[in-house]
Ligand binder design. Structure first.
Ligand SMILES: Nc1ncnc2c1ncn2[C@@H]1O[C@H](COP(=O)(O)OP(=O)(O)OP(=O)(O)O)[C@@H](O)[C@H]1O
Length: 510
């Protein structure tokens, strides 16, 4: 985030609030002074000041909206792209994906606009108001300071409670929408709806409690405002116009400080979202220029993977993948083919030794080195073109067209793909994922049963075209050994172990 722009936005916002405060105080002074019927000349400065401050407040409010939103929207657009990119290769449930992409990034926007900026402005306005009041009366200034501390610090601290996570609701909602046909077909929609309703009820109960507490805190804030205004008025010990000015100024200063209670509540949610975003981005660090040049020589020695509470999915797997080698993975369902691909992509938590170009796998920036078409790849709810550009943001129209030709993807690039590619046919969705892999053209291409959903002849042709244009290493998991004609090595897996290796190129199926 651009700190200079942020500070400028905070100063402009504080200026707008101070202009409003000065306007109220001057207007109050003017009204009471005018009631004493002094010569007009004694009021001229105040009259001009009221007009000037009114104009200034309007102008500054407009400038504050422009600068504040500019800095935040710039930041959020960059952040959303980074989160988007980090999510592409990862394995999140759809609900979690929605939560991370929408709520978490929106929370970053709120962190600035609804929490940090108001807090900074309230601080500046509070200090200025107390300092200005101290010229009229030290007692009033102390009363104002006390009231502002209660409303601006104590009440917001009381409002800080961990919010309920909405991921469960997002998961249920996404599952109800995406799985509606199956749920209806198997007459399972009633229990699924009931489960979602339970989550909604729990969230509603929690929201009601939070609302009641917040309403109580808001009422306390207003009582504090009222009590402080009375105390400031009684302690002022100055002329009626000055007393009116400090009292009205006090009430106005509270208007800036009172929203901090709601901001504190939002801050708790924002902090949680910020942690989730940080974890996500930390898991996929941005490529650093200083990294040594890599060729993508992957080596696995005695690598095992076990998902929590499950039998081992991979056991003591050895694999050498020098650049350009083509390896096929064959085995019955559940034998560990996808797990091996996910391990190469750094998506599992394996034991054993994994190196890329002699360095531990976790020290490498994997995304530029290895990617491909996974069985559970996500299609984003945007156009086909945008989905393709994720793989290579600077791809030209020719690049896109050629990737579509290779994968025989014959859809309009500006067509909306729908949520997780729902608006495409199963085959189009699969070819879109393949086209994305072709566009990425990584040194190591991993393909997990990439044409499983296509009819046999069409699928074979598409896969042959994809393999023909691939120039680097290829690791292909398939149930059909005939896909592996011309491969350097075929590994046969069973129950997570490599039970057989065929180093020779198998003959093409007749
Ligand atoms: N995310 C996961 N959490 C828990 N267990 C998993 C997970 N992914 C895979 N497994 C388990 O790990 C084992 C290996 O699964 P994997 O998906 O690697 O097999 P596969 O050979 O690719 O199967 P298929 O050919 O059906 O795709 C299976 O027992 C599977 O149930």
């Amino acid at each position: 985030m651009n700190l200079t722009r942020l500070i400028r936005a905070a100063l402009i916002a504080a200026g707008a609030e101070l202009a409003g405060l000065a306007l109220m105080a001057t207007a109050a002074w003017l009204l009471l002074r005018a009631a004493e019927q002094p010569p007009l000349a004694a009021l001229t400065v105040a009259i001009v000041a009221v007009r000037t401050l009114a104009l200034l407040r309007g102008g500054l409010r407009y400038a504050e909206r422009l600068t504040g939103h500019e800095v935040v929207l710039r930041y959020v657009s960059v952040l959303r792209t980074r989160v988007y990119r980090s999510l592409v290769p990862q394995r999140y449930s759809s609900g979690d994906l929605v939560d991370r992409l929408v709520s978490d990034v929106d929370a970053a926007q709120d962190a600035v606009l609804r929490c940090l900026l108001p807090a900074a402005v309230a601080g500046l306005v509070g200090v200025t108001a107390v300092a200005a009041t101290s010229f009229a009366s030290i007692g009033s200034a102390l009363a104002l300071l006390g009231g502002l501390l209660v409303a601006g610090v104590v009440l917001p601290l009381c409002a800080m409670r961990t919010p309920a996570r909405r991921t469960d609701l997002a998961n249920h909602t996404v599952e109800l929408i995406t799985g509606r046909r199956e749920l209806i077909a198997y007459d399972a929609h009633a229990p699924a709806l009931a489960a979602a309703h339970e989550v909604v009820e729990a969230l509603a109960r929690r929201d009601r409690t939070v609302s009641a507490r917040n309403s109580f805190l808001s009422a306390l804030g207003i009582l504090t405002q009222l009590g402080t205004a009375v105390a400031v008025c009684l302690l002022a010990g100055a002329s009626a116009p000055v007393t009116a000015a400090v009292t009205l100024g006090t009430i106005t200063a509270f208007e800036v400080v009172l929203p901090l209670t709601a901001a504190a509540q939002r801050w708790v949610e924002v902090r949680e979202s910020a942690t989730r975003i940080r974890t996500l981005l930390a898991g996929r660090p941005a490529p650093r220029a200083a990294k040594p040049v890599t060729t993508g020589h992957f080596r696995l020695e005695k690598v095992s993977v076990q998902y929590p509470g499950r039998a081992p999915a991979l056991v003591d797997v050895d694999l050498d993948l020098p650049p350009g080698k083509r390896v096929g993975l064959v085995g019955p369902s559940g034998s560990g083919k996808s797990t091996l691909l996910h391990t190469l992509l750094g998506l599992t938590d394996p034991t054993g030794w994994l190196t890329v170009d002699g360095h531990p796998l976790e020290d490498r920036d994997l995304p530029p080195l290895i990617s491909g078409a996974l069985a559970d790849a996500h299609v984003f709810h945007t156009t086909v073109r945008e989905n393709l550009l994720l793989a290579r943001p600077n791809a030209t129209e020719d690049d896109l067209r050629s990737a579509c030709e290779v994968t025989d993807l014959d859809v309009d690039l500006d067509r909306d793909a729908g949520p997780d590619g729902d608006a495409l046919s199963g085959g189009q969705r699969q070819r879109l994922i393949l086209a994305r892999a072709v566009l990425a053209a990584p040194p190591v291409l991993v393909l997990d049963e990439p044409v499983e959903g296509l009819d046999t002849a069409h699928g074979d042709a598409v896969l042959a075209a994809v393999l023909a244009q691939a120039t680097g290493t290829v690791v292909l998991a398939t149930h059909r050994p005939e896909h592996l004609a011309g491969f350097d090595e075929v590994l046969y897996l069973d129950e997570g172990r490599i039970v057989r290796r065929e180093a020779t190129k198998p003959a093409t199926a007749a």
